[in-house]
Design a protein around this ligand. Structure first.
Ligand code: IDP
Ligand code: MG
Length: 153
């Protein structure tokens, strides 16, 4: 099965009306949308998602940020999707992120950076489980799959 990743449009992405724009980029790239949920994240769930950062000075602020307003949680599927989405998101801080990336095009803040994306297959698997039951992830074939991936590479 092709790789999957968890992408969250964070609270600033929703408040700044950028959810559609961010989804559009992943959709047009050719990734398959496998699951989506619009929800308010509890502080407890935010702590679980960001557990690797619990000793960092920004942790409490990060938990407050993610749980402060609704988010759009999505799962995308494609071969190599983790690396591609990370590169499309850009560097962590908006002011460092290259133009052409999501963070580089739409933000200049440090912590408010619009989007979360899993950074490895192991974290993707754990993170997807935090937000979705197995039956909420839809397995289907895209109609244009032959054109997307080509037969000559
Ligand atoms: P990533 O989102 O690019 O993977 P991580 O280092 O995993 O970046 O950090 C998780 C999130 O924590 C970031 O997306 C950002 O919102 C926030 N963050 C990271 N470093 C800082 C910081 O130094 N100050 C404030 N917020 C930070
Ligand atoms: Mg990270």
């Amino acid at each position: 099965m092709a790789e999957r990743t968890l992408i969250i449009i964070k609270p600033d992405g929703i408040h700044r009306h950028l959810a559609g724009e961010i989804i559009r980029r992943f959709e047009k790239k050719g990734f398959k949308l496998a699951a989506a949920k619009f929800m308010q994240v509890s502080e407890e769930l935010a702590r679980q998602l960001y557990a690797v950062h619990q000793s960092k000075p920004f942790f409490e602020g990060l938990v407050k940020y993610l749980s402060s307003a609704p988010v759009l949680v999505t799962v995308w599927q494609a071969q190599g999707v983790i690396d591609m989405t990370r590169r499309m998101m850009g560097a962590t801080f908006g002011y460092d992120a290259e133009p052409g990336t999501i963070r580089g095009d739409f933000g200049c803040s440090k912590g408010y950076n619009l989007v979360h994306g899993s950074d490895s297959p192991e974290s993707a698997e754990q993170e997807i489980k935090l937000f979705f039951r197995p039956d909420e992830i839809i397995d289907y074939e895209l109609a244009d799959v032959d054109w997307l991936y080509g037969k000559n590479d």
